[in-house]
Every structure is written in C-alpha cells, then in structure tokens.
Design a protein around this ligand. Structure first.
Ligand SMILES: C[S@@+](CC[C@H](N)C(=O)[O-])C[C@H]1O[C@@H](n2cnc3c(N)ncnc32)[C@H](O)[C@@H]1O
Length: 223
C-alpha cells in the first residue's frame, strides 16, 4: 500500500461500521446518483460493464445496475466490513456483481474495457498528485467513449468553507461525530479535480450537479 494513503482508518472495522450507521447524506445523494446513471444511459445505452471504486455499501453501484439490467458491476473497496454490507445490499443482483478488495491507488486488477468507472466519496482521501494518477488509471481502464463519474466532497476556499459549513449545519443535521472519519489535509478543490481530469486526457468534462461540498463530475473518454 503506498505510503501516505489514508486508507488505514477504513481497514479498522469500528470506523467502517460506525460510518455505515451514521451516514447523514443518504437521502441527499439520491438525485446526483440518478443524474449520473441517466446521463450514461443517454449516451451509452448498451452499457455492459461498470466498476465502482471505494464502493462501500454499494449504493451508487446499485443505481447503475438497476438502470442497466444487462450490466455487470465490479464492486471494489479495501474494507471487508464494507464488502459484507455490499453483499447484503446487492444480493438481489446475484452473479451480476463481482467483489474485489482493491486499493484505489492501484487499479491494475480491473479490466480495460469498462463502460463506466464510478466512485463516490472516496477520492477526497487522495492528494492532488494521487488524484491525478487515479484519473489517469481510470482513463486507461475505460473503453473509448466510456464514462468516469465522481461524486465527491471538494475543498472550497476558506471563505466559502465557512459559508457552506453554516448552511450545511442548518440543512443537514450532523450525525454523532464519534463515527466521523478523518481527513489528513485540505480536500482536493474543484480546480484540482478539473486539472487531474485534464492531465488524464479527458476533454469532455462537466459538473452536472453540486450540493454544498459535494460535486458530481462526469467525464467522457474520447472515442
Ligand atoms: C465515505 S465511504 C463512501 C462509500 C460509498 N462510495 C458511498 O458513497 O456511499 C468511503 C469508502 O471508500 C473506501 N476507501 C477509502 N480509501 C480507499 C482506498 N485507498 N481504496 C479503496 N477504497 C477506499 C472506504 O473503505 C469506504 O468504503
């Protein structure tokens, strides 16, 4: 595991279990997940193979598997607690899902002809250089015309951080912080994401949804 990757906390079953019990954004993220899946359906209706990186309990993957009944999903994460949760949540899809314990800083195990690489609330653990490498690896595993979908928290400038924090406190009641996970440094900014996507060769990029700190970035590989 590369040094500095803040993955170790997620390997702690207590952290993963308490996060699962206290995720306060479940309802908030229904719309962007559906926007992401519907976008892909409009462009790539015969989507057959999708991979969710840092998939956790598999909520985002579930939306795509429902929208594309002929698709196979590859669940990936580092946490066995999350794998158990995902196996329970995605049980109805049976052998349409395969499960791989994989660190998102090394996607070598993934096939190279993916229609979609998706990830949600995981890439903010990467610093800008690792984020750019992640986007590059993702691009290498996408089929021509395939989609990269990233629904993640971003780090705004300090003045906006204070404003958004105040709004979030009123609109989204905080969960019991005992279960919150740590972030080592400032989260990557929107500019960091756009820069990483550009370096990875994505020229067709948009942010089709943003709610406070959380952005959906959608990028289509050329082809
Ligand atoms: C905040 S949870 C989000 C889970 C899910 N994607 C969602 O949005 O509901 C972050 C997930 O990323 C996983 N994760 C963290 N660092 C990772 C890494 N380096 N490689 C793979 N998964 C990682 C954690 O185990 C956890 O399941």
């Amino acid at each position: 595991m590369p040094e500095g990757t803040p993955v170790s906390e997620w390997l702690d079953p207590t952290v993963a279990t308490s996060w699962l019990e206290q995720d306060s954004l479940v309802g908030f993220l229904v719309l962007p997940r559906r926007i992401a899946a519907t976008l892909v359906a409009g462009d790539r209706p015969r989507t057959k193979l999708v991979a969710d990186i840092g998939s956790g309990p598999g909520d985002f993957l579930e939306v795509l598997l429902d929208l594309f009944p002929g698709a196979h999903g590859i669940w990936t994460d580092v946490s066995t607690v999350m794998e158990d949760a995902a196996r329970a949540r995605l049980a109805r899809f049976s052998d349409r899902v395969s499960y791989r314990l994989t660190d998102m800083t090394d996607l070598a195990q993934l096939p190279g002809d993916l229609d979609v690489v998706m990830t949600s609330r995981a890439s903010h653990h990467l610093d800008p250089a690792r984020l750019a490498r992640f986007y590059n690896e993702a691009a290498e595993h996408l089929a021509p015309g395939g989609w990269l979908l990233n629904l993640d928290h971003i780090g705004p400038a300090p003045v906006w951080d204070a404003r958004l924090r105040a709004v979030r406190k009123q609109l989204i009641p905080p969960s019991d912080k005992a279960g919150a996970h740590k972030h080592n440094d400032a989260l990557p900014s929107v500019a960091d994401h756009l820069d990483g996507l550009a370096k990875a060769g994505f020229s067709d990029v948009e942010m089709p949804w943003r709610g406070l700190y959380t952005c959906l970035l959608a990028a289509r590989r050329d082809g």
